[in-house]
Design a protein around this ligand. Structure first.
Ligand code: AMP
Ligand code: ZN
Ligand code: FE
Ligand code: FE
Length: 282
C-alpha cells in the first residue's frame, strides 16, 4: 500500500485541480491520497468522486493555519465532518484574514516597484484560500523573480520585506476543533521551517499527554534524515502516530513529487479507527 497523506490542489495554493491531482496520484501508483488544502474543504467532494472512478482512495483532509506563541504551526486534520459549524466558522475566519492581508501586500509590492495587481486575480482564480504562493506566482509572471523559491527567499518569507501577517488559529483551539469535528489531528512538518526551540519536545509531549494531538508528520521533505530519526523516536516515546507525505503542490514546489514520502498502512488503519470512533467523515 502506498499512502500519501498531505497534498494541495489549486483550491488552495497547489497547481492541479482536485481531479487532476487524484489522476496524478493514480498515475504515481498511490493507493491512498489525502487532499489537505489550506484552510478549506472545497476540493474534497470532487477529489473523492474522481478517486472512486480511478480506484484511488481519497482521505478527506485539511491543513489548518495555526500558531503557537507567534510561531506558525500547520495542523493536518483527517476525517473531519466538513459540515461541523464551529470548525467551518473558524476556517472562514482564517480565510478572511488571508484575503484581508492581500491589499497590504499589493501596496508594499507596488511601492517597491513590483506591482502585480493586474495578474494576481487570474492566478488566484476562484481559490477561496489565497496565499503567498499565489503572490509569488504573480511575481514570476511579471518577471520580478524566476520562481516561487526566489520570491520567498527575497521578499515573502516570514521575515521578508513584503510579508504581512494574518490571523492564524491558536494551536490548542485548532486541535480541539478538529477533534470536536470527529477528526484526527497531526502536526505537519513540525521541525521543517520551524525549529525545535519554537516547537519543543516538551510541548509535543504536553499535547500528546492531554490527548489533543494524535500524531506528527515525520517523513517530510523539509526534514533531514537526522530530524526524521529524532522525531520518529519522540513520536514512538509519546505514542503519537508518525505519518509521511509529499506535501505535493503540483508544479508549485519542486522535489515534492507525489509519494516521495509515505505513511505506513497500520498508521492509516489507526487514523480510520479513530475517525470512526469519533463520528468523523471518511
Ligand atoms: P500563506 O498561507 O500565505 O501564509 O503562505 C504560506 C505558504 O507558503 C506555506 O504553506 C508554504 O507552502 C509556502 N511557504 C511559506 N514559507 C515559504 C518559504 N520560505 N519558501 C517557500 N515556500 C514557503
Ligand atoms: Zn501550500
Ligand atoms: Fe504546511
Ligand atoms: Fe502543506
Amino acid at each position: 500500500m502506498r499512502i500519501d497523506l498531505h497534498t494541495h490542489s489549486s483550491v488552495s495554493d497547489g497547481t492541479d485541480a482536485p481531479a487532476e491531482l487524484v489522476a496524478a496520484a493514480a498515475a504515481a501508483g498511490l493507493d491512498v491520497v489525502a487532499l489537505s488544502d489550506h484552510d478549506t474543504f472545497d476540493g474534497l467532494d470532487e477529489a473523492v468522486a474522481v478517486g472512486h472512478r480511478l480506484g484511488v482512495r481519497v482521505l478527506r483532509g485539511i491543513e489548518i493555519s495555526a500558531e503557537h506563541d507567534g510561531t506558525s504551526v500547520h495542523l493536518l486534520g483527517y476525517g473531519c465532518r466538513t459540515d461541523d459549524a464551529a470548525l467551518a466558522t473558524e476556517l472562514a475566519r482564517i480565510r478572511l484574514g488571508r484575503s484581508g492581508r492581500i491589499p497590504a501586500m499589493l501596496a508594499k509590492l507596488a511601492e517597491a516597484g513590483m506591482p502585480i495587481d493586474d495578474v494576481l486575480a487570474d492566478i488566484a482564480g476562484d481559490s477561496p484560500s489565497v496565499g503567498r504562493p499565489h503572490i509569488a506566482d504573480a511575481m514570476v509572471a511579471k518577471g520580478y523573480v524566476a520562481d516561487r523559491r526566489e520570491a520567498f527567499d527575497r521578499y515573502l518569507a516570514d521575515d521578508g520585506p513584503m510579508f504581512v501577517t494574518r490571523y492564524s488559529t491558536p494551536l490548542e483551539l485548532g486541535l480541539d476543533l478538529i477533534r470536536a469535528a470527529g477528526g484526527v489531528a497531526v502536526i505537519a512538518h513540525p521541525w521543517g521551517r520551524v525549529s525545535r526551540d519554537q516547537l519543543p519536545p516538551s510541548l509535543l509531549a504536553e499535547l500528546a499527554a492531554s490527548g489533543r494531538l494524535d500524531g506528527v508528520e515525520v517523513d517530510h521533505q523539509d526534514h533531514d534524515a537526522a530530524t526524521r530519526t529524532e522525531l520518529r523516536e519522540l513520536a514512538d516515546g509519546l505514542a503519537l502516530l508518525a505519518t509521511g507525505s509529499s506535501d505535493y503542490h503540483g508544479t508549485g514546489k519542486i522535489d515534492h513529487d507525489l509519494g516521495c514520502n509515505t505513511t505506513a498502512a497500520d498508521v492509516l488503519a489507526e487514523i480510520d479507527t479513530r475517525v470512526s470512533v469519533r463520528g468523523g467523515q471518511l
